[in-house]
Design a protein around this ligand. Structure first.
Ligand SMILES: [Ca+2]
Length: 323
């Protein structure tokens, strides 16, 4: 048993010392659910470990607090210079306590608990412009994009042949949280902007690996670990978001964390993959998969044997102390 635990921990530590950090873009609907915040914390931990470089964050929730919250989390982790792009005319503009409450918290002397660069989402650059700029600056075939919200920004990146060519040249993998591959049910990310999801699956020129609803549903982030594992920080913006999102204690699904984990560590054996094929999003806001040896889409499969180790790894990364 002890050997198994040691092996699991070693496998979670995992990064090859000689590997180059993976350049990552995080595209998120920050504010609609707390898994986006935990996934962003994971990316910072992976960057601290030398496994990735967070090039930028693009937001698909059209609420001004979303970019502010992303910016204050980046600042908390010592990376306030990371650019944040905002969707224009996007979906789900409603306010959300999980992003607004940490952003508004002040100390007794009036100072912000979580300083940041952006005063409002209105100051953030346009998301599509930022995507284009970030991709152009990277080596060919190197960039991983983790899309854990709507497909609004990435679908818009397919508007011009020049941008499609840019995606084809620069992006190594698109790791997406969307859809459902075990039940014919609409999933939030597809439901809220079905046209963009359909367009992404129809026209994205590269490989896509999708984490369906069922994967994060099978692994819930334990509330007790929020209380315990983040205790190294007197104030932590992700813990604040978790507490503000729903009444504690609650265990929350790890949907977006799974897409980040696969995106940065595709060889980590945290998941299995479906056969290659084609994913489509239909008018009923549902995803379907058709096997096709020439297809560029696959979805994640989680075995019972993988579940505990994969969850433990996500919890460990999300709560990893800053340097
Ligand atoms: Ca999300």
């Amino acid at each position: 048993m002890r050997l198994l635990v040691v092996l699991a921990v070693a496998a979670c530590l995992g990064a090859s010392a000689w590997a180059q950090p993976v350049p990552v873009i995080f595209d998120t609907d920050m504010g609609n659910d707390v898994d986006d915040a935990l996934a962003l914390a994971m990316l910072h931990a992976l960057e601290s470990r030398g496994e990735c470089r967070l090039l930028g964050v693009t937001v698909t929730k059209d609420n001004p607090w979303a970019a502010v919250y992303v910016d204050l989390v980046n600042t908390f982790y010592g990376r306030g210079q990371i650019p944040v792009g905002m969707v224009k005319g996007g979906v789900t503009p409603e306010n959300s306590r999980m992003i607004q409450a940490p952003a508004e918290r002040r100390r007794a002397d009036g100072a912000l608990v979580y300083p940041r660069r952006l005063a409002s989402g209105a100051e953030a650059v346009d998301a599509v412009t930022l995507l284009r700029r970030l991709l152009a600056a990277e080596k060919d075939g190197s960039v991983v994009i983790a899309q854990v919200g709507f497909s609004t920004n990435l679908a818009r990146l397919l508007d011009t042949p020049a941008d499609v060519e840019l995606v084809k040249r620069k992006v190594k993998l698109l790791s997406v949280m969307a859809g459902n591959f075990v039940q014919p049910k609409a999933e939030f990310n597809v439901q809220k902007d079905t046209a963009s999801a359909r367009r992404l699956f129809d026209q994205w020129p590269g490989e896509i690996v999708v984490s369906g609803f069922e994967i994060g549903e099978a692994m819930k982030f334990p509330a007790a670990r929020i209380e315990k594992d983040f205790a190294w920080a007197a104030d932590h913006p992700v813990v604040d978001a978790y507490r503000a999102y729903m009444k504690m204690p609650y265990d929350r699904q790890t949907w977006d964390l799974t897409a980040v984990l696969y995106g940065v560590r595709p060889a980590g054996a945290y998941f299995d993959l479906s056969a290659p094929g084609r994913i489509t999003a239909d008018d009923a806001e549902q995803t379907s998969f058709r096997a096709d040896a020439a297809g560029k889409h696959r979805y994640l499969v989680l075995s019972e044997a993988q579940r505990a180790r994969t969850l433990e790894c996500m919890v460990g990364l999300a709560s990893q102390p800053t340097k």
